[in-house]
Design a protein around this ligand. Structure first.
Ligand SMILES: *[C@@H]1O[C@H](CO)[C@@H](O)[C@H](O)[C@H]1NC(C)=O
Ligand SMILES: *[C@@H]1O[C@H](CO)[C@@H](O)[C@H](O)[C@H]1NC(C)=O
Ligand SMILES: [Zn+2]
Ligand SMILES: [Zn+2]
Length: 173
């Protein structure tokens, strides 16, 4: 629990801490802003997601102080997740940004990448995906064409900012 004392009182987590985690869970505060959950809430959501739970009443982290006031629903066929405030009836979208997620980090065949292309985040060139580690795989983001990155580089970037690091298009997912 010691990490929580060092973090923002509003969101429990600094965005820079979050970028190195393999998975980040966020809720949509308004149409332009996704806010990461604190570590404990996030790991409860991830655990439920891994177990393919469809409804949970979360109790960890932020939710510890609001016991039984929230319900989170996971719809795996649509990939849409929602948090319901049971006191107000309000609903917020919830999303998962996982380094392992191919719907956000879309794999690109090395043949599609020109030999002059390199990852603008780390500036290293791309390697053949057969020999590259999963982190070094070439990926693109859903709104873009022709903007390529290493999987782990862009995963870290989008956890800090909800946009393509090259063209600044918002990630609408
Ligand atoms: C998931 O969403 C679809 C489309 O809205 C809906 O038809 C389906 O019943 C939902 N599944 C669950 C388990 O809620
Ligand atoms: C949930 O609803 C209650 C009652 O309306 C409200 O006081 C609380 O701020 C709401 N929580 C959020 C996160 O919107
Ligand atoms: Zn890179
Ligand atoms: Zn782009």
């Amino acid at each position: 629990m010691k990490g929580i004392l060092l973090t923002c009182a509003m969101c429990f987590l600094t965005r820079t801490d979050a970028k190195d985690l393999p998975v980040q869970w966020e809720w949509r505060a308004n149409p332009d802003q996704w806010i990461p959950y604190d570590l404990a809430s996030s790991s409860e959501l991830e655990d439920s997601y891994q177990r393919r739970k469809t409804v949970i009443y979360p109790k960890q982290g932020y939710f510890a102080s609001t016991a039984d006031r929230y319900e989170v629903r996971f719809n795996y066929s649509t990939g849409r997740f929602q948090q319901h405030n049971l006191s107000s009836g309000g609903t917020r979208r919830v999303r998962r940004i996982g380094n392992d997620d191919n719907s956000i980090l879309q794999p690109v065949a090395i043949e599609q990448v020109s030999s002059e292309d390199s990852c603008i985040i780390c500036l290293d060139s791309f390697q053949d995906s057969n020999s590259a580690s999963i982190d070094q795989q070439v990926v693109k983001l859903p709104p873009c064409r022709g903007h390529y990155f290493h999987r782990s580089c862009v995963a870290a970037a989008i956890k800090l900012k909800d946009e393509c690091p090259m063209c600044k298009k918002k990630l609408d997912y």
